[in-house]
Design a protein. Sequence first.
Length: 385
Amino acid sequence: MITPTNNFGDIGKNMKITDITIDVIERNTVSVRVQDERSDLGGTTTQGVLRVQTDAGIEGHAFVGDQGADSSQRMASIIKILKPAMMGREPSDREWLWNQLSVIAGHGSAIEPVWAPLDVALWDIEGKSAGQPIHKLLGTARNEVPLYATYPPRHGTVEGFVDEALQLKDEGFRAYKIHPGPLHYKQAAIAAAKVREAVGDEMTLMLDRNHGYTFREALYVGQALDENDYFWYEDPIPANDIESITELSNRLDTPLNMSDTTGFLFHEAASFLQNSTTRLIRGTVRKIGITGLKKQMSMVEGFHKICEVGLAGNSALNAANLHVIMSSMNCTYFEYWLPKEVHQWGVKEQLKINKNGNLDAPTGPGLGIELDEEWITAHKVATLS
């Protein structure tokens, strides 16, 4: 009998977590006036660099913070609630932790968005231990992915969105998602048509209302999208209005893409699939980690539908999104939010668009990012432990 051997050594064997800390970062972001129900972006915000240390000397990283949002409460919850659960455990116990989330949360609010950065850091350790990018561990399906550009809703006129589309086209983007915000729904329908007329057939177009329409308004705008060959219609109405979402899906040719709302997590996606509520399912590492997003993409694929991945909100989690996308053919685009400065920080090299206008698969071990420790030190105001 031949005993299998390998040359990988003992690194990673019974590796244990020895500490979990967060460098609290205070940074100033560019000011962006947001023309909808959400807060404006920009100004001073508090976010964090999560570090998971092991007895093998391997450190896993993730960032805590969505765009310009303050993350103080989320960081405190990671240290207070999740750290005790993982101390002394192996970083590979990700699936165990996934199954403990409902127990840890108790009767409180969903804990998945709090847990997601920790899951990413654990995957970062796994990749570094193996000397491989995370997408290799997940199973690489491709080496580059198209992207679409989008801004938060910044305009109050049809002309503003036309100008924005033409600007992005001139910059080389081949796909664009409109955020019409509170623009009157009839004006939004006109904007959809005018943008298509301005850019021609050369750009793929989407529209995302962030749950702001009534059923009748959503139907009116959706019919304009049908007439102008839009690729998807994202979150036109609240994600809990199942009857209206189903009716819109049945009456429109443009597929609905649901949902970026905070409470739309793995099991909500499963319910939409089971009930044939919509044709596209939305997901992101920001809400359900690498572990959850990989599960969700596979689940959606099983229903012969597409799982489109939304913005993760910071440089580390954006890279995590990219790894999961590279492990599946079941996602069409990477969401590329602008202005970049709102959510890109803390690493030496940001994701770059290649000569084909796509994003390449990361090649470094783990997340494939290198922390900008000098920048982090300059912006650190405290350490949570």
